[in-house]
Ligand binder design. Structure first.
Ligand code: TYD
Ligand code: MG
Length: 460
């Protein structure tokens, strides 16, 4: 057994220091360090769920050194959450002993989603919903309003981690939802609940419990203005998966995205619609990100591929002469630096100058597009706004734009074209290498294959 150590942790990036300092050496944030108490270095450390077979059944083997060739390669044990879109984002269901952090703005629907999931899962395995934000009466009221089955669902209104773990040890749930990490606190620290050290240490205890018992844990976390969960980005390193729940205010659609996932891909999207009866899955979300105004100047529809599904998404641009000596470039749902780069390529290789213009680009529906296939649609939308001319009716585009003005292919071109054709689009401006071999037809879709940015602009 060792003595409890203290350390200083940066609330912005999670870097750890043995001494206090005014500025974080990792992320350069000022005054972001706070003291945390580290556990004494004794007792069993965390083990991977895979090393602890039988976790869902509650039986746990002690860890031991093993020749890798003797390890059985059984896939992780997964259970369905009963919500297909959530399973998809998790990589095919919830893995035993996995700790999943679900982050998002207050009011986005985190509690609703997890209450729906835990109520469905409770039919298969003992589950415990721990709330630190609402009373049990509020939770029960919501569950009834959502027509959720209540028979097997255990709930606990508690914020003290020691008490939560005590109850868990007795009730032996195989799944715990803790809503939210910001309300949790542990007796071992004197810091206030919600402080970096409390959130970190409380979450660490739940993680340790999950790994020791094979219990799956969902942690709910509110996102701060800076975008990190609860300030302490530390949580992101401690958990197996981080899911963000996003949506535009005013829109009923919600997108769940894996930001980190030890058990699956990180680019899968889950799509939901918030309604009277809570969150409904949108298993076929292709067309919901179209604003219906794609005949306006400054709009271009692209086919993006997030995870395993193609999605039709509208990109909007507004180009306006700038009063500033340093005109603005604002990208919402896209990477800011990429926009600046694309505008430079547009000038150098497309002969279109926007140096004295403000450029705003927005992806409709509050989703974030991370792939380079958005390059060409972004530039077509910018050009359309600059010229104040809509693109030809029923046109889609996708393609990466290189620094020398070449249009590069993107993965799964055929699937994207098929999706566009299915939704009645007539023209597709796409990289040459993504164009179908002669003879292949996609309904009434005319495919315009382009090699250079200048060609693409001409066709638009
Ligand atoms: P909630 O799950 O409490 O959000 P979070 O836990 O992320 O803070 O969701 C709250 C919002 O969702 C609230 O503004 C009302 C809305 N809502 C519905 O529209 N329909 C419903 O059936 C429910 C339960 C909530
Ligand atoms: Mg909530």
């Amino acid at each position: 057994t060792g003595k409890a150590r203290t350390a200083y942790v940066c609330g912005e990036c999670g870097a750890e220091y043995s001494k206090w300092q005014g500025q974080c050496g990792e992320c350069s944030a000022w005054n972001s360090l706070s003291q945390v108490v580290l556990e004494p270095a004794s007792g069993p450390g965390p083990a991977t769920p895979a090393a602890r077979r039988g976790g869902w059944a509650g039986k746990v083997d002690p860890p031991k050194v093993t020749a890798l060739k003797d390890v059985s390669q059984a896939a992780e044990v997964r259970v369905s959450t009963g919500i297909g879109e959530l399973d998809r984002v998790l990589g095919g269901g919830l893995v035993e002993g996995a700790v999943v952090l679900v982050g998002g703005d207050p009011g986005i629907g985190k509690s609703t989603l997890l209450l729906q999931a835990v109520a469905k899962m409770a039919a298969q395995l003992p589950a415990l919903y721990v709330t630190g934000e609402e009373s049990l009466a509020q939770v029960a009221g919501r569950a009834v309003r959502l027509d959720l089955p209540l028979d097997n669902l255990q709930a606990l209104a508690e914020t003290g981690v020691e008490s939560i773990l005590h109850h868990a040890a007795e009730a032996k749930p195989r799944l715990i939802v803790a809503d939210s990490v910001q309300t949790l606190w542990t007796e071992t620290l004197t810091a206030a609940p919600g402080s970096v050290s409390q959130v970190r240490e409380s979450a660490a205890r739940l993680v340790r419990y999950a790994k020791e018992t094979g219990t799956a844990v969902f942690l709910v976390g509110h996102v701060t203005k800076e975008g990190g969960i609860a300030g302490p980005r530390v949580l992101e390193h401690m958990v197996d998966a981080v899911l963000y729940f996003e949506g535009e205010s005013g829109s009923r659609f919600r997108v769940l995205r894996a930001f980190k996932n030890r058990f699956g891909a990180v680019n899968e999207l889950g799509v939901f619609a918030m309604g009277e009866k809570g969150l409904k899955e949108v298993p076929n979300p292709s067309a919901i990100f179209l604003s219906g105004s794609s005949r306006q100047p400054g709009s271009c529809v692209m086919v993006t591929r997030e995870g395993t599904r193609p999605l039709l998404v509208e990109v909007q641009a507004l180009v306006d002469s700038s009063p500033l000596s340093n005109p603005r470039r604002v990208a919402v749902g896209l990477e800011q630096n990429r926009l600046a780069m694309l505008l430079a390529v547009l000038h150098r290789h497309g002969g279109v100058a926007v140096g004295d213009q403000d450029v705003f680009v927005n992806v409709v529906g509050g989703i974030r597009v991370q792939e380079t296939a958005a390059d060409l649609p972004v530039l077509l939308a910018v050009l359309s706004s600059l010229r104040d001319q809509p693109l030809p009716d029923k046109t889609i585009a996708f393609g990466e734009v290189g620094l020398s003005g070449e249009i590069r292919p993107v993965p799964n071109g055929e699937e994207r074209l098929r999706e566009a054709a299915t939704h009645g689009f007539r023209r597709a401006i796409v990289p040459k290498a993504n164009a179908p071999r002669s003879g292949t037809k996609y309904k009434d879709l005319e495919v315009i294959a382009v090699e250079r940015l200048a060609d693409a602009l001409e066709h638009a």
